[in-house]
Ligand binder design. Structure first.
Ligand code: ADP
Length: 190
């Protein structure tokens, strides 16, 4: 099972990825989580990442691309993976598509989560009450959403064109169980 989850911040990709990961026993590769784990290193890279991430900006491709490919080639991902948070811009998308082609990695499903801006903002603000993320403040949320709409959302059309029949859009404002059920249904036919 090789999946890519696309969609805005706060749309519930992480929640669904973790449900699917447990069910199929495949790793959930969240670039946000991977980057956050690097912040604990407290080295020069961690300082740089912390500054970029807390403002809601995108981490440079030169840092992220090798991290993602190393993970995708690891033993853990041999039977599948759920990629969440990557690609986020056109150059990451070009890079990933070329990488998958060269390594002959076939995707089963690309799920594009859709939700309106108010729902997303509210969800992220709710989450900020329980999770201590430096980017869950209103200013960083605005920046992340702006990045999403200008850089990430246009990628959906590229994936839709390239992976006809494997691309599907889900209304992420539904209940968690309903979204999970719909993705499962699509996976059965993937
Ligand atoms: P969210 O989807 O809620 O914005 P994530 O946990 O996916 O949160 O990502 C948090 C931050 O990590 C992003 O705002 C960005 O700074 C960085 N990040 C994650 N994935 C990428 C990526 N593919 N390219 C650049 N930066 C990324």
């Amino acid at each position: 099972m090789k999946l890519i989850l696309l969609g805005p911040p706060g749309s519930g990709k992480g929640t669904q990825a973790s449900l699917l990961g447990k069910k199929y026993n495949i790793p959930h590769l969240s670039t946000g989580d991977i980057l956050r784990s690097k912040l604990n290193d407290k080295d020069a890279l961690a300082m740089k990442l912390s500054e970029i991430m807390s403002s809601g900006n995108l981490v440079p491709d030169s840092i992220l691309n090798p991290i993602v490919t190393e993970k995708l080639l690891s033993e853990d991902c041999k039977n599948g993976f759920i990629l969440d948070g990557f690609p986020r811009n056109k150059s990451q998308s070009d890079f990933l598509l070329e990488f998958l082609e060269i390594k002959q990695i076939e995707l089963n499903l690309i799920v594009n989560f859709t939700a309106n801006t108010d729902t997303i903002k509210n969800r992220i603000l709710e989450r900020s009450k329980t999770e201590n993320r430096s980017d869950d403040n209103i200013k960083a949320i605005e920046t992340r959403l702006e990045k999403y709409f200008t850089e990430t959302q246009p990628l959906a059309d590229i994936f839709k064109d390239k992976f006809k029949g494997k691309f599907f859009e889900i209304n992420a404002m539904q209940e968690i169980s309903k979204i999970h059920y719909e993705i499962e249904n699509r996976l059965k036919n993937a």
